[in-house]
Design a protein around this ligand. Structure first.
Ligand code: SF4
Length: 117
């Protein structure tokens, strides 16, 4: 999950972790790391590597914008769609009309930060 530098700073401040403990620079975009044992996000409280396993986000109140908007993602044509990789996508309605704009805006911010380094 790509995150903004401001979101990384907030997560670091609130968890007491170093940014390098939970995110990695992926072609200029900070991206949340996965735990090696479960392959799930480092902030997901789960014991299982099963994608359908129960889990709780330990930073839910301050989770990044990309987490808040998931499972909506952009397709090749920059249209918001439900992520085909999400096992729970059938529980969500089709993307609201403004979702493409929201996701494009977020992507732009993340890419712009990467190009400023
Ligand atoms: S919602 Fe929480 S557990 Fe899920 S990817 Fe975001 S930070 Fe990680």
């Amino acid at each position: 999950m790509p995150i903004t530098r401001a979101e990384a700073a907030r997560l670091a401040r609130r968890t007491g972790m170093q940014v390098s403990d939970f995110a990695v620079d992926n072609n200029g975009a900070l991206t949340l790391l996965n735990q090696s044992s479960t392959r799930a996000c480092v902030f997901l409280l789960t014991e299982s590597a099963d994608v359908n396993a129960e889990g709780l986000c330990s930073v839910y109140e301050i989770r990044p914008k990309g987490c808040q908007t998931y499972p909506y993602v952009l397709n090749e044509a920059d249209e918001a769609i439900l992520d085909q990789g999400c096992p729970h996508r059938s529980q969500f309605p089709e993307p609201p009309e403004e979702m493409s704009f929201t996701l494009l805006n977020l992507e732009e911010r993340i890419l712009q930060e990467g190009s400023n380094d």
